[in-house]
Design a binder for this molecule. Structure first.
Ligand SMILES: [Zn+2]
Length: 299
């Protein structure tokens, strides 16, 4: 039985921030290989204006391919109602909306205040057609605003929980530390209980795994991660991106918490990624060192 649920966000968060474009065919092959390794949920793209983010221009086609993979929950990101409608039209099972807790980040990213963005997500929920996740982004700090008041994070999470199927907290820029993770997740859990599902961490300062473990220790069981830590961080040149799927799976499996993901097959999916965009920096301790002698996955 899966005790930890991992959503691979490399094809979206990773490729959206990568320097090199991946072909549509390679994306499809990579997503199929990720699913074959045991990933049951993949964020495959983003319905944003193609002119703004060319790497996501083929998201409709990638969603349609992903829908042919049996048992896979196909997730797409949308920043507004228009993106949501495109996601529903393409058939995405779940749509994630980033709602920034930082006023400055929200205004520069989506040209809306956090409150206006909450209302935009509410409109999408009223339209319906897909599962909706509200992800509170910059929940642990912001490159533009600096500190983000915890009360703001809690307030936005509570508003989103009124109409979203699930709420997640995201460390968009890699500012979080484990003590803060435990404190904020616990506070939000107290307010919205089981609606708080996901944790989205970046490895910008090397604390991705530590933060994931801290969240696990306060009861979080749903994590986003990206193969090879793909993507980097637009605000920190040279930094790695999301918490690394391979290392996250290794951590949980070696602790005895089953992820349902086969590490050897995960390494095969990694080979597809590195072949498709060989110049892109790819991270990961476990794939470089190999599995320890006698390693056994969690039962
Ligand atoms: Zn991210």
């Amino acid at each position: 039985m899966r005790q930890v649920h991992i959503c691979e966000v490399g094809p979206r968060d990773g490729l959206q921030n990568a320097k090199h474009l991946m072909s549509t065919e390679a994306k499809k092959a990579w997503i199929s290989a990720l699913a074959a390794a045991g990933l049951r949920e993949i964020e495959v793209g983003s319905f944003v204006p193609p002119k703004l983010i060319p790497a996501m221009a083929d998201t409709g086609e990638v969603v349609r391919h992903s829908l042919t993979i049996p048992g896979l929950k196909v997730v797409a990101l949308a920043p507004n109602l228009k993106g949501f409608q495109r996601a529903v039209e393409a058939g995405a099972h779940k749509v994630t909306f980033p709602v920034s807790a930082s006023r400055k980040h929200s205004e520069s990213n989506v040209r809306m205040t956090p409150e206006q963005m909450v209302e935009e997500v509410r409109r999408c929920a009223q339209v319906g057609g897909a599962e909706i996740e509200g992800a509170v982004s910059t929940a642990f700090g912001c490159t533009m605003q600096g500190a983000v008041p915890e009360d703001d994070v809690v307030r936005i999470a509570v508003s989103l929980a009124q109409f979203c199927d699930a709420v997640a907290l995201a460390d968009t820029v890699g500012y979080a530390n484990p003590a803060q993770v435990k404190r904020i997740f616990s506070r939000v859990q107290k307010e919205i209980g089981g609606k708080l599902e996901g944790a989205h961490f970046h490895n910008t300062r090397g604390l991705g795994l530590a933060n994931a473990l801290a969240a696990y220790e306060v009861g979080v069981r749903n994590f986003d991660s990206s193969m090879g830590g793909l993507g980097g961080c637009p605000f920190a040149p040279g930094a790695s991106g999301n918490v690394i799927t391979e290392d996250l799976v290794f951590m949980f499996e070696s602790m005895g918490a089953s992820t349902g993901i086969d590490l050897e097959r995960l390494f095969e999916a990694r080979a597809i990624l590195t072949e498709a965009i060989p110049q892109e920096p790819i991270y990961g301790h476990t794939p470089q060192a190999g599995l320890p002698k006698g390693f056994r996955a969690a039962a």
